[in-house]
Each structure stands twice: as C-alpha cells, then as structure tokens.
Design a protein around this ligand. Structure first.
Ligand SMILES: Nc1ncnc2c1ncn2[C@@H]1O[C@H](COP(=O)(O)OP(=O)(O)OP(=O)(O)O)[C@@H](O)[C@H]1O
Ligand SMILES: [Mg+2]
Length: 264
C-alpha cells in the first residue's frame, strides 16, 4: 500500500466537523456557502466513456479561501465548471447556500451566475474589440438589456470605474485587451467578475499564464477581496505556494478528493 493511498484513506475519514475545527478561527461561525456531494462526471469519446470525477465531496464556508490542486487532467477545471453550473454532473448534488443548483433549468443557472457567482479563468476571456471599461460593463449590458442598461448607464459606469480602480487600472479604461499586459487583462477580468457583487468567486488558474510578479499582484487582489470584502474564493491552481496561502487545500486524484490540508 503506497503512502499516498494511506493518506487518502486517512483523509476520507476526516468529517466536515473535524475539518471545520482545523480552519482559521475567523471561519468558526461561518455557514456553508457551497457544497458538493458525490459528484461524478464522465466524458464520452466516441464509444468510450472516460471517467473524470468519481464522487467528489467538498464544503466551502462563507469567507473561506479554498484551493483545489491536482495533476494536470485530474478534473480540476471540470469540477469548477460544475460548481459554476456551466455543466451538469452525471450524479451527485451541488448546493449554493442550501439551494440545490446542479439541476436548475438553464435560465435559473444564468441568473445564479450573473448575480451570485463570479468567475475568472487562466486566459481572461475578454472580448478583444471592447475596451477595459466596456468589458467590465458587459455582464450588466447582457443582464439588463439595451434600454434598461441605457437608463442606468451612469450608475453602472461609475461602479465599473470603481472596480477598475480597485484592481489598479484607473489609467487603462480605454485600452483594448491587445494593448494590455497579461496581468492587466486578468485584473480587468477580476473587475468584470465583481460587477454583480458576487458572494462567491470561482477562479481557474488565474495566475497560470502570468510571470511571478504579475501573479503576486493578482493574488494580492484576491486576498483583499477575501479579507476586506468577504468574498468566498475557490481557486484551482498548479502553484503550491499559492495553495499554501489558502485556508483549506483540496487535492484531487483519481477522480476523488485524495487529501485535504489546512493553513498551518
Ligand atoms: N469536453 C471534453 N470532452 C472530453 N474529454 C474532456 C473534456 N474536457 C475535459 N476532458 C478530459 O477530462 C480530464 C480532466 O480535464 P480537466 O480539464 O478537468 O483537467 P484539469 O485538472 O483542469 O487539468 P489542467 O491542470 O491541465 O488544467 C482530462 O483527461 C481531459 O482530457
Ligand atoms: Mg484545468
């Protein structure tokens, strides 16, 4: 029996109450904001079914910063997409603030993502023809429709500028993505994800494409969102030094949670 296997057994026996006791004391009274139980997902490749997740359980407390790590191909992005309701699990359940969300109809999932869950990705996903300010405004334009947006435009633009200021980009409002560095593009993506004032931010390797200095700046912003604005963070990362900054780190392997560790 390998030591990694023993470790997995040991950690699977750790109940959510035991895990809670190992978290930072500031989280002691925090309710569960996101919960996944027994989540499975396979992809079909021709006639072959490729299992990716074989029963993943996690719990995220309000105000927590949780990291998800694991080898390439271990299903981290797949899992984050399920948490964001961008895709549906084959089996298992996902709850956001006590409401089951994995089986919601598409329109309700869109509302959930638009109002409550922010997302940032490794490759930013900005629209190339729009300026930084317009990219940040995009979610409210989509959500409100043209007429309603135009009527409230001043309010929205004010908020978008405040968010770009928060991420240190007041001087780049009119720049298009090709005129910005990777770190700046990621900061625009963060500002865009905050437009709806989400309680939960899901991040898939947000520093994965950046050099160390730019990555550290992004992490500073994420820490500030977590500590000063109380945004709950779930972040997939390859970078163990970033994972070490999280309150709790969940490691995926073989489609399951292999181990859970806590900030010492
Ligand atoms: N749409 C898809 N169709 C078929 N297979 C897929 C699809 N998306 C992902 N996979 C497979 O699922 C597995 C998990 O992929 P996923 O992208 O979740 O891994 P990951 O842990 O995020 O990896 P990385 O660290 O490289 O980003 C991989 O083997 C991948 O090839
Ligand atoms: Mg991935």
């Amino acid at each position: 029996m390998s030591s990694a296997y023993e470790l997995a057994i040991e950690h699977q026996a750790v109940s959510s109450t035991d895990q809670k006791n190992q978290l930072h004391p500031r989280l002691l009274k925090s309710p569960v904001v996101l919960k996944a139980t027994g989540v499975t997902k396979s992809y079909r490749k021709g006639k072959v079914e490729v299992p990716v997740l074989n029963g993943v359980d996690i719990e995220v407390l309000e105000g927590e910063f949780q990291a998800i790590v694991g080898a390439s191909g271990s299903g981290k992005s797949t899992f984050l997409h399920l948490l964001a309701t961008l895709d549906k699990p084959d089996d298992g359940e996902i709850y956001f603030e006590d409401n089951r969300i994995d089986n919601l109809p598409a329109a309700s999932r869109d509302i959930l993502r638009n109002r409550y869950i922010g997302m940032i990705f490794q490759f930013y996903h900005l629209l190339p023809e729009l300026t930084a300010l317009e990219n940040v405004l995009m979610p409210v334009m989509i959500h409100h429709g043209f007429m309603s947006y135009m009527l409230q435009r001043r309010k929205f633009r004010k908020r978008a500028k405040e968010l770009l200021d928060l991420v240190g980009l007041s001087h780049r409002l009119k720049h298009r993505p090709r005129e910005m560095s990777g770190g700046e593009m990621q900061r625009v993506a963060i500002a865009r994800s905050l437009m709806a004032n989400p309680r939960l931010l899901l991040a898939d390797e947000p520093t994965g494409n950046l050099d160390r200095a730019a990555g550290e700046e992004i992490m500073e912003i994420i820490h500030e969102l977590n500590s000063a604005y109380d945004v709950t963070i779930v972040m997939v990362t390859h970078d163990l030094s970033i994972a070490a900054q999280a309150d709790r780190t969940v490691r995926l392997a073989e489609g399951r949670v292999e181990s859970v560790s806590f900030q010492s």
